[in-house]
Design a protein around this ligand. Structure first.
Ligand code: SF4
Length: 327
């Protein structure tokens, strides 16, 4: 069998910008563009080349996928729900999602009206069912904060981020609250959440910030139904409702994860080493080549064109390094 290979066109390359114009250290630069977030560290873990593109604010031109848009919409609903501490009426839920789309026009700029309608319908019906399923949450959980940003010094580095929530536990202990939306959930998900990178970073950051013990994480996982949208809102709503009502535990899942002191200590040692390495990479003290093992897989790397053509022609620079943060 003959394999047809795609011809690789070399285009005029835009030079990658090195060295960078910022620092991750706490003392030297405290501007809105310095420091490091968990998502950047995760990129570093996956591929250092991708980390360098991202740290220089490069991103692919084009839209966020529907999955990401839906996740952000639902996240916004959860924040509002727990802040108001009482159930929303259907009409209120619809308004939340209409406003979300209106206030984030840029993200939806090339999404078709049909797809926006589908996303709003899916989010609305899941929101209604979520609050029915978890109707006792307002009595059960004592939220200390929701969607709170942190910006702290940790071992000489500036760690920044935003936690979904913090729940008070007995005594002076806290629990992280972490919302996740997944379309596919493997049987092994609950196993790997025991050493989830983001939550471990957030636990260490929160303990350093609040000077309290964070004993673990409560994962609030909502599975995204995969029903087909044929254009009829009523039919789509009904099929989702039917699917979720027939097995609610399949769609609404909660996992509790506790960390031992040893977990936290060992992770802290590794995190410090990782930050030292990030700094060396940013400063050009160590070099990196592409990590081919990370290009494909469950999620295709969005920098494949940059690496293969050695050009940033299909990419644009983000306005700010941390658009997810308010400053
Ligand atoms: S395409 Fe591959 S080598 Fe290039 S940044 Fe992405 S993961 Fe790294």
């Amino acid at each position: 069998m003959k394999l047809k290979l795609k011809k690789i066109k070399r285009t005029a390359s835009i030079p990658f910008e090195f060295p960078p114009d910022y620092t991750i250290e706490w003392k030297e630069n405290n501007s809105s563009e310095s420091g490091i977030t968990c998502s950047l560290l995760q990129k570093f873990l996956r591929c250092r080349q991708a980390f360098l593109y991202t740290i220089h604010r490069w991103e692919p031109k084009g839209n966020l996928g529907s999955g990401l848009l839906y996740g952000s919409m639902f996240h916004d609903f959860l924040e509002r729900l727990y802040k108001r501490k009482k159930k929303m009426e259907s009409i209120g839920i619809k308004t939340v999602f209409n406003n979300y789309v209106k206030n984030n026009k840029h993200d939806f700029r090339s999404v078709s009206p049909d797809e926006i309608l589908r996303l709003k319908t899916l989010a609305s019906v899941m929101a209604e069912m979520y609050q029915e399923f978890y109707k006792n949450d307002f009595k059960t959980f004592d939220f200390r904060s929701l969607e709170e940003e942190f910006d702290i010094e940790w071992n000489g580095y500036r760690l920044r981020g935003k936690r979904d929530g913090l729940v008070n536990e007995a005594g002076d202990r806290l629990l992280l609250w972490e919302n996740k939306n997944y379309s596919r959930i493997n049987a092994e998900l609950s196993d790997i959440l025991h050493f989830d990178f983001q939550c471990l970073v957030y636990v260490l950051a929160t303990e350093a910030e609040k000077l309290m013990t964070v004993s673990g994480v409560k994962y609030n996982v909502v599975r995204v139904p995969q029903n087909k949208f044929t254009g009829s809102v009523k039919e789509y709503r009904d099929t989702i409702r039917e699917a979720v009502e027939s097995k609610p535990d399949y769609y609404f899942i909660r996992y509790d994860v506790q960390y031992t002191d040893r977990d936290k200590r060992k992770f802290g040692i590794e995190l410090k080493a990782m930050l030292d390495e990030c700094k060396a990479l940013i400063n050009g003290d160590i070099q990196v080549y592409k990590n081919v093992g990370a290009c494909l897989g469950q999620y295709k790397c969005s920098f494949i064109q940059a690496c293969s053509a050695n050009s940033l022609r299909c990419y644009q620079r983000k306005q700010t390094r941390f658009p997810e943060l308010s400053h």
